[in-house]
Design a protein around this ligand. Structure first.
Ligand code: SAM
Length: 230
């Protein structure tokens, strides 16, 4: 992967960036995504934010290598602190982290989202937490994708301002993904069911306690929710 040839995962994230957007990519590592967006004329201006010094320096180096210092500002900052009011950022991408970390970044500096109209989020795990956050914070899912790359399955959520009501099943699985029921979607959730069934089997062998009973109920409920959707 490099700034010209992204991974399928980041290329899909990029495909949801509107032409002419002002983007902040939070947790930008090598700044591949902002460089790709500028290189392909999708955006003219971007921010690459990184909280760790090593990846921040890699991002700086990459932007310099591409000769994109005029278009891409790299900032060493925690989460949305990389976004300044004067930037006029309207689109934020956060990819390659867990859903809970993505949500904690969004919750920490909510004022940085004032000018933002689109969030493109790619949680490696627990996308559910993002859907819950979106529903409570006046964001609606515009689109969702699920894809497989190098034997790993990724979900991408595209949010815009708005209200939505999701059922428990839709929060877990994604309304759009449920409607499409792609091969990758079925694979992901079939594996989860297998996993939960293994947990149930191991619980059967454990001594009955209220915690064990609670866990059994939880897991049985999840299996039922997902089986109904497949
Ligand atoms: N976004 C790239 C991608 O999807 O390929 C890099 C993903 S990498 C696994 C996650 C990056 O997010 C790391 O470089 C990490 O330092 C950075 N990160 C984690 N928490 C962060 C935060 N609060 N603010 C900014 N960057 C963060």
């Amino acid at each position: 992967m490099n700034a010209q040839k992204l991974s399928k995962r980041l290329e899909t994230v990029a495909s949801f960036v509107p032409t002419g957007a002002v983007v902040a990519d939070i947790g930008s590592d090598h700044a591949y995504l902002p460089c790709y967006l500028v290189h392909n004329g999708i955006v003219a201006k971007a921010i690459a934010g990184e909280v760790v010094k090593g990846p921040f320096e890699s991002a700086l180096k990459q932007v310099k290598l591409e000769g994109m210092e005029e278009q891409i500002t790299v900032r060493l900052a925690d989460g949305l602190k990389a976004v300044e009011k004067r930037d006029g950022v309207d689109t934020i991408t956060i990819a390659g982290m867990g859903g809970p970390l993505i949500v904690s970044i969004l919750e920490k500096d909510p004022e940085a989202l004032n000018s933002v109209t689109r969030l493109i989020l790619q949680p490696n795990i627990h996308a559910r937490v993002i859907r819950e956050w979106a529903m409570k914070n006046h964001w609606a899912v515009l689109d969702e994708m699920i894809l497989k790359e190098d034997e790993k399955i990724y979900e991408i959520l595209v949010l815009q301002r708005g209200e939505m009501e999701l059922s428990e099943q839709e929060i877990l699985l994604g309304k759009h993904l449920m409607a499409n029921k792609s091969e990758v979607f079925v694979e992901k959730w079939s594996k989860e069911i297998e996993n939960w069934k293994r947990i149930l089997t191991s619980i059967e062998r454990a001594d009955a306690t209220s915690d064990i009973d609670k866990k059994r109920e939880e897991v049985t409920h999840l299996i039922k929710l997902v089986e109904e959707a497949l």
